[in-house]
Design a binder for this molecule. Structure first.
Ligand SMILES: *Cc1c(COP(=O)(O)O)cnc(C)c1O
Length: 414
């Protein structure tokens, strides 16, 4: 990977001349990304090619509607970009239909609900304390306001999705849709079981695969596409594309999904982002991306295992994916203190709800560090610095130069 490249540096030079204040922000953020460890499970480093499309003149173009049927003139090139993105998504995920216009993962979920539900309908989804996303029924999100969400959860002992509970709640509440997918579930989801339960009660199955979709692309996680009525996804997590969303479904739902995105929930599509999605799908279809996706999971496993030897309690005992949820309580800190100490050490991650704990835990992932080229040795070293920094504020500051050294050996852009 390499991006000192022409376009990007010319861009920042031009910006510095015009607007040094904003240029400082951009350079500060680039330095931050270079000299700390990015362990936020939802983040990654896009390729220079993706960044080039994002920073391109397609950003200037209005394009309401769909290729060949736009409300604006001059769409011949952006139409080609969207057709490429759609055909690459369809091929990559073996789906019949793809919509690449959602501005974000949340916008994709909104459109999926708009296509399948009416306000007031009952929906069964993972509860937020157990790993559901805001769009899965949070009281202060449109989902919780407009639909009647019934939450399911994970088993107190194993931390695994309680399929018996899902089935019982489905039969009891007869939801119009069942949602599976999570912001923090570290294991593969058994989509076949969810399909079965949805069929038993006549519900639609919506899989919100925002997190694992990149692993699916690389063959490192099972695909929800054969089981779901609609798959919602982001393009910026493990998939390593631009910030944005995507929907996959069968042909029979395609037109409804398209109308639910535009004109129901969005206006003009962001064509620079759609071109960048096309680039990312192209990259994700390569053998190198499959190697990457498997390495992401291998790295997460090494990190989880190493941290458990330092005393952290790993939710579900490990991970099948890029993400790990851990309770640092045995080290005498909760998730909030842990996040602050790790930040002081230059290790950046999130706090996380713990389904049955009384404190918060932490959530982290290996998509970004794996893009940087880190492997087993680096994960073991990161775990060592991680555990050391958790001991106290002084230790966190002492770990800072060592974290900088580790990150510095793997520049994301060179
Ligand atoms: C990240 C995520 C989303 C939302 O994506 P945004 O682009 O932040 O709106 C939705 N659902 C799940 C499960 C996610 O992990």
């Amino acid at each position: 990977m390499s991006v000192t490249a022409g376009a990007a540096s010319t861009g920042i030079d031009a910006l510095r001349q015009r607007d040094p204040e904003v240029a400082d922000v951009l350079e500060g953020e680039a330095r931050r990304q270079d000299d700390s460890l990015q362990l936020i499970a939802a983040e990654n480093f896009t390729s220079p090619a993706v960044l080039a499309a994002l920073g391109s003149r397609l950003a200037n173009k209005y394009a309401e509607g769909y290729p060949g049927a736009r409300y604006h003139g001059g769409c011949e090139y952006v139409d080609a970009a969207e057709r490429l993105a759609v055909s690459r998504a369809v091929a990559l995920f073996a789906a019949e239909h793809a919509n690449v216009q959602p501005h974000s993962g949340s916008a994709a979920v909104l459109a999926a609900y708009a296509a399948l539900l009416r306000p007031g309908d009952t929906v069964l989804a993972m509860g937020l304390a157990h790993g559901g996303h805001l769009t899965h029924g949070a009281a202060d999100n449109f989902s919780g306001r407009w639909f009647d969400f019934v939450p399911y959860g994970v088993d107190a002992e194993s931390g695994l999705i309680d399929e018996h509970q899902v089935r019982a709640l489905a039969h009891q509440h007869r939801p119009k849709a069942i949602v599976c997918g999570s912001i923090s579930y570290p294991r593969h989801i058994d989509y076949a079981v969810f399909r079965e339960i949805a069929d038993e009660v006549g519900a639609a199955l919506v899989v919100d695969a925002a997190h694992p979709i990149g692993l699916v692309a690389g063959g490192a996680a099972p695909s929800p596409v054969p089981y779901a009525d609609v798959v919602c996804a982001t393009t910026h997590k493990v998939l390593r594309g631009p910030r944005g969303g995507m929907l996959l479904c069968g042909d029979e739902l395609g037109a409804r999904i398209d109308r639910a995105v535009f004109p129901f929930t969005q206006g003009g599509a962001q064509m620079h982002t759609i071109a960048a999605k096309a680039v990312a799908f192209g990259e994700a279809a390569t053998p190198a991306f499959a190697v990457y996706a498997h390495q992401v999971v291998a790295n997460a496993r090494v990190l989880a295992e190493a941290l458990s030897t330092y005393g952290l309690v790993i939710a579900t005992g490990g991970t099948d994916t890029h993400l790990v949820v851990a309770d640092p309580a045995p080290l005498g800190v909760d998730g909030r203190v842990a996040r602050a100490r790790l930040a002081a050490a230059g290790i950046v991650l999130d706090t996380s709800a713990l389904p049955y704990g009384d404190s918060r835990g932490i959530r982290f992932g290996t998509a970004a560090v794996t893009t940087q080229g880190m492997g087993r040795d680096e994960m073991e070293r990161a775990a060592e610095l991680f555990a050391y920094a958790l001991r106290g504020e002084e230790e966190a500051l002492a770990a800072r130069p060592q974290v900088r050294e580790l990150a510095g050996r793997f520049p994301p852009y060179r």
